[in-house]
Design a protein around this ligand. Structure first.
Ligand code: PEP
Ligand code: MN
Length: 265
């Protein structure tokens, strides 16, 4: 169902208020790895608005390798974020980690993110297929193949939710110099195989702040319909993923260069 053999026309994700993710219309989503509190949310919204960005990312449920690391503000954090985002006309993309969270999160979410550790959580995918009509962005599994990502999308689509996005966020390889290995091949191959929008996540893809920009630009040339990246006023103080997070001036530069690169495509 997610193949171009089934549906030729590219899928258009309309979030309302003129915010659309579609082939030929490059979308940028940015924000912190974790939502940390009101002050941080406000600063991020102001930064994004100054750049004309209308989709903010951030986690309130964080999958962490260590149980002692910050695991997110949870539903209260999401409600606070929603109030501030609504006021500013900002859309929200955030990770859902388990089936039981969908019902409580649903009123406050514009796009659900399925994280790399949950790409093959088939119960979660089933429920996102039949339990919500909100769009879902599915990230590629940490060691997942392109076909496995497409199969995960198939679960949600066949369950009845056709508003899907796919995200390449780097895979685990033998290479240790970078956090993950951004697979630009996947961006090109997914664009060929599926009618769904393809989003690139250079922040997790390479995991090093200094190299986020070239990887973001390269993913645009590889065919991405949008980029999602991590930004924070003071990355060194971010509760998670600071090492790959851009400060606001780096973020401004990246946004500018991404838009120019998209025009060249
Ligand atoms: C995130 O977006 O912060 C995140 C946890 O991503 P991933 O699931 O790709 O690791
Ligand atoms: Mn992160």
């Amino acid at each position: 169902l997610v193949s171009k053999k089934w549906k030729v026309n590219p899928t258009v994700i309309d979030l309302g208020d003129g915010v659309v993710i579609e082939e030929g219309g490059f979308q940028i989503m940015a924000g912190p790895c974790s939502i940390e509190g009101e002050d941080q949310i406000r600063k991020t919204i102001n930064h994004l608005k100054s750049q004309g960005i209308t989709i903010m990312r951030g986690g309130v449920y964080k999958p962490r390798s260590s149980p002692y690391a910050f695991r997110g503000l949870g539903i209260e954090g999401l409600k606070l974020w929603y109030e501030l985002a609504k006021e500013a006309g900002m859309k929200i993309i955030t990770e859902v980690m388990q089936v039981s969270q969908i019902a409580e999160m649903d009123p406050y979410v514009d796009i659900y993110q399925v994280g790399a550790r949950n790409t093959q959580n088939f119960n979660l995918l089933d429920e996102l297929g039949k339990g919500t009509d909100k769009p879902v962005m599915i990230k590629r599994g940490i060691s997942g193949t392109i076909d496995e990502l497409l199969s995960s999308a198939e679960y949600v689509f066949s369950g009845g939710n056709e508003r899907l996005l796919l995200c390449e966020r780097g895979i685990r390889t033998y290479e240790k110099a970078t956090r993950n290995t951004m697979d630009l091949n996947a961006v090109a191959v997914l664009k060929e195989k599926t009618h769904l929008p393809v989003i690139a996540d250079p922040s997790h893809g390479i995991g090093l702040r200094n190299h986020v920009e070239p990887i973001a630009l390269a993913s645009i040339m590889a065919g991405a319909d949008g980029v999602i990246f991590e930004s924070h006023e003071i990355p060194e103080e971010a509760y998670s993923d600071g090492q790959q997070t851009l400060n606001f001036s780096e973020s401004n530069r990246l946004i500018d260069r991404m838009r120019k690169t998209f025009e060249l495509r």
